[in-house]
Design a binder for this molecule. Structure first.
Ligand code: ITT
Length: 193
């Protein structure tokens, strides 16, 4: 079965491909000729995840998977949340986003945070959403050069390395995205024709 990954973030594509490659033939937005920017106007992950999936399904008539995700920091009342990709103003400028985050947390003791995602699947026209969360701490400087986004400043609880210091094979099974995809796989197994 062919499925489109409804994201412009190539790091997400890479992670999702590793997790789903055995189940689906994967197409990217570029593969289906979708170059437009999909406006994410909801104020929560679930709403934006649905907006992206529905846009691709309605416009291109292809089954798809969308991911809307972000980082919630307790000491910042859940910021950057849905604004994670553009926290410092420029969409996808991860270095600046992390600098702003570290600056805002300077001198603050409570470093607890979590990554969250809502993954929406549209398969044969049927919509289904899956959530995933991973708890952790924001460290006081960037460490590691793997992964993407806030990975260099996020250390998952129970580990002594950041996500950026882990391989994708290590990160995926414990990440928010990995956990949501595990649920999606469970759903597929139960609903396989
Ligand atoms: P699409 O909307 O095209 O999927 P995007 O990067 O704009 O790509 P989001 O609006 O969902 O996606 O923003 C997610 C942001 O949250 C992302 O840019 C990172 O800053 C952060 N993020 C999400 N998952 C992450 C992860 O696994 N590791 C590090 N940062 C992550």
């Amino acid at each position: 079965k062919t499925i489109c990954l409804a994201t412009n973030n190539l790091h997400k594509v890479e992670e999702l491909q590793q997790m789903l490659g055995g189940l689906f033939e994967i197409k990217t937005l570029k593969d289906i000729g979708c170059t437009e920017d999909i406006a994410e106007t909801a104020d929560n992950f679930s709403g934006n995840s649905l907006i992206k999936a529905e846009y691709v399904y309605k416009t291109y008539g292809i089954d798809c998977i969308a991911d809307d995700s972000g980082l919630e920091v307790d000491a910042l009342n859940g910021e950057p949340g849905v604004y994670s990709a553009r926290y410092a103003g420029e969409h996808g400028n991860h270095e600046k986003n992390m600098d702003k985050l570290l600056e805002n947390l300077r001198g603050i003791e409570n470093r607890s945070a979590r990554f969250k995602t809502v993954v929406t699947l549209i398969l044969d026209g049927k919509k289904q959403s899956f959530e995933g969360t991973v708890e952790g701490q924001i460290i006081d400087r960037k460490k590691g050069d793997g992964g993407f986004g806030y990975d260099p400043v996020f250390r998952p609880d129970g580990y002594d390395r950041t996500f950026a210091e882990m391989s994708m094979e290590e990160k995926n099974p414990i990440s928010h995205r990995g956990r949501a995809i595990e649920k999606l796989k469970g759903y597929l197994l139960e609903n396989a024709e």
